[in-house]
Design a protein around this ligand. Structure first.
Ligand code: SAH
Ligand code: ZN
Ligand code: ZN
Ligand code: ZN
Ligand code: ZN
Length: 503
């Protein structure tokens, strides 16, 4: 769900912000009105460092108004009739079956002989024989094996809609690596937040062999409730920390986080890359607080261990909220993402990394894939990541060898050159920033708008975020190398998919 948290923030409808102004997320506030995705988030327009205009609520989960068009001014008087209509609307926009009903249906489904096990691809639903008639004109998959019903991430089509779900599934190589790492670090419980494929791998192993790791999936994709019990899946929105299943689901999560002796817990999350980092961070802090509230002998002053999987260019944003996190060099690959694949040739490398609060020296990366241990940095790094003597660290962020610029006093991308006009390194064919014009937001010289100090840290400019997001989406869409051929491949693939859906 790209831009998820961006909701109002990045969405088309609020794009009217004048130059020099931006949208800021004020966050989840008590008493906020709700849309079908739970409590809305509060936003405000910021101009020249100050709040400007009325604050408003918008959907936390959907950036595209086509997915959810919830909007309300903070000080707006909402009539009783409108409130009632809204409640009715929210009720009508809940899934057709409850999780409980889906669990019952699954029990019945697996009792059916193979010849009667059908899945409607159009409705993305397991069918019971009595329902076949209703779906007779839909595309149906027959003879759903036990293996298939235990691999829902293969059966369900990925919701690739960038502005809402951005479901990019781990390539098997990366998923296996994560699980092996988790096991070797001694964890026995994995809280999977938006990582259905990792959850699936754990559940599959647990059903097949003597395997002691357990997992709980928190995800907004309710289709998964057809395959997992209430102890294995919670319908959850990671942009506002909302459990759709209410207090019972909350309790399930709390119980899961209560680690017994030798049952250490780790949270692994892979959010939509367009999502607002501050909204995600706020939810993850609440999950970490839930972990902390449960008694843990010998872990008093610790944080819940976390793997946050996100592109490397969000490093400074993540560290702003979680100073204890470090970025690992491991490149996470995806199945349904032609461009986020492992690059042996150094081209087309995935920009997605693991951010963690565990000690980097403990995160062993596969030597057979070219990672090596840097004894000075005490961590595994990419093969191309050379230790810079001047910076005294392995400075590459993208896997290529970076070069030190003595004027910038830091390492920069290999494709950059020092520009005396801009007084920093940039691509050779960049357009120089006018040095006489100051910051876009406050007008002062000496910094750019993305680092404008007049935008407070908690109310960071969404515009800066939006820019980053657009960059991300562009990368997601057409790849780092912007190869036209790839662009066409992805585009036509989606077109075919849409056609399939219609027939
Ligand atoms: N690589 C992971 C999937 C990551 S894609 C894997 O293979 O397991 C992002 C995931 O986050 C999807 O499963 C998507 O359904 C989920 N997601 C998107 N928006 C969400 C939200 N607001 N709250 C919770 N989960 C969300
Ligand atoms: Zn159907
Ligand atoms: Zn080093
Ligand atoms: Zn350097
Ligand atoms: Zn330079």
């Amino acid at each position: 769900m790209a831009a998820g948290g961006g909701a109002g923030a990045g969405g088309g409808r609020h794009q009217a912000a004048a130059p020099g102004s931006a949208l800021a997320l004020l966050g989840a506030v008590p008493g906020a009105p709700s849309c079908p995705h739970g409590p809305a988030l509060l936003f405000v327009k910021v101009s020249h460092g100050r709040e400007e205009g009325r604050r408003f609520y918008a959907c936390s989960a959907c950036r595209d108004r086509k997915d959810c068009n919830f909007f309300q001014w903070e000080d707006e008087k909402v009539s009783e009739t409108r409130l009632a209509a809204r409640e009715e609307y929210n009720r009508n926009h809940q899934p057709p079956f409850t999780h409980r009903q889906n669990v019952e249906r699954y029990k019945n489904f697996v009792l059916l002989p193979l010849s009667k096990r059908r899945f409607c691809q159009e409705c993305q639903q397991l069918l019971l024989p009595a329902e076949w008639g209703k779906h007779s004109s839909h595309q149906i998959l027959c003879d759903i094996s036990t293996a298939q019903s235990r691999s829902p991430s293969q059966l369900l089509y990925p919701l690739e809609n960038k502005k809402t779900n951005a479901q990019y599934l781990f390539a098997n190589r990366s998923c296996q690596f994560l699980l092996d790492l988790i096991i070797s670090l001694g964890f026995r419980r994995v809280l999977c937040v938006g990582t259905p494929r990792l959850h699936e791998m754990i559940q599959l192993k647990a059903s097949q062999e003597d395997f002691r790791v357990r997992s709980l999936l928190l995800d907004i994709d309710f289709r998964y409730s057809q395959f997992y019990t209430e102890d294995e899946f919670c319908h959850y929105n990671m942009f506002n920390h909302y459990f759709f299943g209410g207090e019972a689901a909350h309790e399930t999560c709390r119980k899961f986080l209560h680690q017994d002796k030798d049952e250490r817990v780790i949270m692994v999350t892979d959010p939509p890359f367009g999502g607002l980092v501050e909204a995600l961070a706020s939810s993850f802090k609440k999950l970490m607080a839930m972990w902390k509230e449960t008694e843990k002998e010998g872990y008093e002053n610790q944080e819940m261990p976390v793997f946050w999987i996100f592109p490397y260019f969000f490093e400074s944003r993540i560290l702003e909220f979680f100073p204890s996190f470090r970025m690992m060099d491991y490149q996470v690959d995806y199945d349904n993402h032609a461009l986020y694949k492992h690059g042996k040739t150094g081209r087309r490398q995935s920009p997605v990394r693991i951010f963690t609060n565990l000690s980097p020296s403990m995160i062993v990366l596969p030597v057979e894939e070219g990672y090596r241990f840097c004894a000075i940095c005490q961590r595994y790094v990419s093969s191309g990541n050379q230790h810079c003597e001047i910076c005294n660290s392995c400075t590459s962020k993208d896997g290529r060898q970076w070069k030190h610029c003595s004027l910038c006093k830091k390492c920069v991308k290999p494709s950059w050159f020092h520009c005396n006009n801009c007084n920093c390194c940039a691509l050779q064919n960049h357009t120089c920033e006018k040095t006489d014009a100051g910051c876009f937001v406050c007008g002062k010289e000496g910094h750019k708008r993305s680092t404008c100090p007049s935008l407070s840290r908690t109310r960071t400019s969404c515009q800066a975020d939006k820019k980053q997001r657009q960059k991300t989406l562009k990368r997601v869409k057409i790849g780092i190398h912007k190869r036209l051929a790839m662009k066409h491949a992805i585009f036509s693939r989606r077109k075919i998919k849409n056609k399939k859906k219609k027939t």
